[in-house]
Ligand binder design. Structure first.
Ligand SMILES: C[S@@+](CC[C@H](N)C(=O)[O-])C[C@H]1O[C@@H](n2cnc3c(N)ncnc32)[C@H](O)[C@@H]1O
Length: 353
């Protein structure tokens, strides 16, 4: 494990060089929710507009410290003010877009339990947001690696709803989020390693595995038909090469087949004659990692994750589990003391000690 750095610093003025972290995963104090008792704290602004402006100062600073392929996962919730929702996440989204950020996802974090709520004339909020913001169109993103852990066996995109219940713990006054929330963001957005010569982050090279998702009855029927007709691995490879445009109605309307050799097209046609509509089952089997892109240099460092509102260091726990470097900033020495214990004492990583 690389040694985590805990900085006593304001999230808006970090003692870090430009372009030095690969990912920001964080949860700021919510607007007028908790008093953390530290000078300079965010969250006590008198209006939603002032709170949004303070968060924008943070985002400007994080843009500075992010590498060109870096991004931000920002966990924010809303709150009630004078009996109405303040609309905080929407305000942040709009201000960030105006400042040039790309909002790539508005992930909904749902939970089936939470703090007791005395309200009798509305429903208890059981969701928050995790906004994925990027400074650039090109950013590191490992959808396949994430899908292997949190997606369906078919390899289909797992979607933007995260159902994660809060962990019960001792430090609820510091409002920690679950380790799984940080782990998901890190799996998606932080490279495992970075080339120290050119900044290259290895990306997966994927190829169809040839395995079908046997939980689908259509897939099982397709496999049965292929077996009965004695289709070979070469037939199945031809189907994958020609793709969906050779199946069903698409065959009449699309012309995507011409790039394959005559032999591959002939094998695909044979398979189509046997399989009919089940042909398409063989075109979207889960993909596997066959290798990684490589820049040719040898010197590498682990990916670096920053949480500028580090609190009890939950992001650091997730980073350490994945052998990544953690940098946590917080204005509270008390928070850092808890984070230090969690990050350095074996068995203390769970909050419920
Ligand atoms: C919601 S908590 C973060 C909880 C964290 N995700 C965890 O799992 O423990 C917010 C933290 O932000 C810190 N904080 C408040 N204002 C800050 C500022 N301007 N700069 C840095 N940290 C700040 C608070 O001390 C508190 O620890």
């Amino acid at each position: 494990m690389t040694t985590p750095s805990l900085l006593l610093a304001d999230a808006r003025a970090l003692p870090l060089p430009d372009a030095s972290v690969d990912l920001v995963v964080t949860s700021p104090p919510y607007w007028r929710k908790r008093d953390y008792g530290v000078t300079g704290q965010l969250g006590q602004e008198t209006t939603p507009a002032a709170y949004t402006a303070a968060l924008m100062d943070c985002l400007t600073e994080w843009w500075r410290v992010l590498t060109p392929t870096g991004s931000v996962f920002l966990n924010v919730g809303d709150g009630y003010h004078r009996r109405a929702l303040a609309g905080i996440p929407g305000r942040i989204e709009t201000a960030a877009a105006d400042a040039g950020w790309l909002l790539r996802n508005r992930i909904i974090w749902t939970k089936t339990r939470g703090n007791p709520d005395p309200a009798r004339d509305r429903l208890t909020p059981r969701h928050e947001y995790v906004l994925h913001l990027t400074p650039s169109r090109r950013y590191h993103y490992d959808l396949a690696g994430y899908t292997q852990q949190y997606g369906p066996t078919s390899g289909a995109n797992p979607g933007d709803v995260w159902a994660i219940n809060p962990e019960r713990g001792l430090h609820t006054h510091l409002a920690p989020y679950p380790v799984e929330l940080a782990r998901r963001a890190i799996l998606l957005g932080c490279p495992r390693t970075v080339c120290t010569t050119c900044g290259h982050t290895p990306e997966r090279i994927l190829a169809p595995s040839g395995d079908l998702d046997t939980t689908r009855p259509q897939a099982r029927r397709a496999m049965q038909l292929a077996k009965e007709a004695g289709l070979t691995e070469a037939h199945l490879a031809a189907i994958r090469a020609t793709g969906i445009s050779d199946a069903g109605k698409a065959l009449l309307t699309q012309t995507g087949t011409g790039r394959n050799s005559a032999e591959v097209q002939a094998l695909a046609a044979e398979a189509k004659a046997v399989l009919g509509g089940y042909f398409r089952e063989f075109t979207f089997g889960p993909k596997v990692t066959v290798s990684w892109t490589d820049c040719g240099h040898d010197a590498r460092r682990p990916g670096r994750v920053l949480d500028p509102f580090s609190g009890t260091g939950t992001t650091g726990i997730a980073a350490a589990e994945l052998d990544l470097t953690y940098i946590g900033a917080d204005l509270s020495a008390e928070a850092h003391a808890i984070a230090t214990t969690r990050l350095t004492t074996p068995g203390q990583t769970a909050l419920a000690a």
